[in-house]
Design a protein. Structure first.
Length: 142
């Protein structure tokens, strides 16, 4: 069987381009937070994408806008809202995990400043394998 060098080169280039286009690290996008008043609480939401073949864990979150920053999960059952701090959040391989109202979120407790629509701040997310990822968060109305 005769091999076509142009076909082989084309296939090789397609493989290289495909590998360049795929992200090889955990990503965080669409980060936003609710407005808040100094001394009170607010929360941030975003989407974590894990294109890797291995799982990771979100271990903690930190920001300079509040005295305490925690990862929480809220749920509603029979009209009653409950919220619980999470020790970590599992980020499965080849998956996305959404932080959203009534679900996973980052809680900012005892805000150091008012946060109004259009304000921006940084949130540091600490992952077990991927290390620290700094996310720019914009304050938006829900």
């Amino acid at each position: 069987m005769k091999k076509n060098p142009i076909l082989l080169l084309s296939l090789f280039l397609m493989l290289i381009l495909n590998s360049c286009m795929e992200s090889k690290e955990i990503g965080v996008k669409s980060a936003w937070a609710r407005p808040g008043i100094a001394g009170n609480t607010t929360a941030a939401y975003f989407l974590i994408s894990n294109p890797l073949d291995r799982a990771d864990k979100l271990l903690s979150a930190k920001s300079d806008i509040a005295q305490i920053t925690e990862i929480h999960h809220s749920s509603e059952m029979n009209g009653t809202m409950s919220m619980q701090e999470q020790e970590y959040v599992e980020i499965p391989a080849k998956s996305k995990v959404e932080f959203k109202p009534i679900g996973l979120h980052v809680m900012f407790i005892n805000l150091k400043q008012d946060l109004t629509k259009g304000d921006q701040f940084q949130l540091m997310l600490n992952f077990e394998n991927s290390g620290q990822i700094v996310v720019n968060v914009e304050v938006q109305e829900p």
